[in-house]
Design a protein around this ligand. Sequence first.
Ligand SMILES: C[S@@+](CC[C@H](N)C(=O)[O-])C[C@H]1O[C@@H](n2cnc3c(N)ncnc32)[C@H](O)[C@@H]1O
Length: 254
Amino acid sequence: MRSTAFTRTEGGASETLPAGSFYRDGGAPAIMRAAHFPDELLSYLQMEGLAALKSAIRHRCDSLVELGCYDGRALEVARAAGLPYLGIDISPGAIARLNRRIHEEGLDGQARGLIGDVLHSSSWALEIGGRRPLQLFPFNLLGNFAEPEKVLHSAAAAGGIGVISVFDEQPSTTAVRRAYYTACGIEELDEVPGDYGGVAFQGEGGFASQSFSAEGLLELLGSVDATVLHTTTNRLGQCVTVRLGGGLDFGPED
Ligand SMILES: C[S@@+](CC[C@H](N)C(=O)[O-])C[C@H]1O[C@@H](n2cnc3c(N)ncnc32)[C@H](O)[C@@H]1O
């Protein structure tokens, strides 16, 4: 689906913002810095970590892959579950920071960060240690893409279990998101309807982020090779656990 929310009209001409331009131009440290997070976000991030841990155990995953990992928040989930960890991010600075942390914590044999694009799993999927990975789409990562189905198609090719964490469309959530993006220094935030029942923000530097209604996310998941297994929600969003792609030998816990 082509995203109208990610198309803006300037000087009478329609200009499509390239997905990821904000991050390609070095936006990760602003948007991922905990110091910029409103207090309300913390419960959402806790829910995400616990949902990932629960799904990793329940579905007997044998590794954890964090997509758009920045400095590796889900490394703690992998540590708690005793799983090898692979973090993928397009930001070289984020991966350098993550690999420094991995080294300083003596986790070189179990964890690794790689510069990579989540849209191109063929360039990093062979680095996944294990046959049943849990792929975590953290902190509204999916909402950064004009065509989120492409991220899901890419992940489905690598297979396993997906845990997808997205913001919801509630006005109170939209207000927290506005406070968050503003604290990150993103100016001129326009707010328009998203393609999946949520609210899309567009800001300077190519920043674009949409949220998802429960129905909108189900519609998106219905268009890719993903089977919904279970869902956790709180007042800011939801974490949906899905089975990605096919062909892996999963047991009855699915
Ligand atoms: C997890 S998302 C956070 C989104 C934000 N919370 C929001 O609501 O829009 C941000 C992280 O994803 C990474 N990222 C963005 N596009 C990417 C891509 N195509 N491939 C890999 N990582 C990407 C960024 O570098 C950043 O560290």
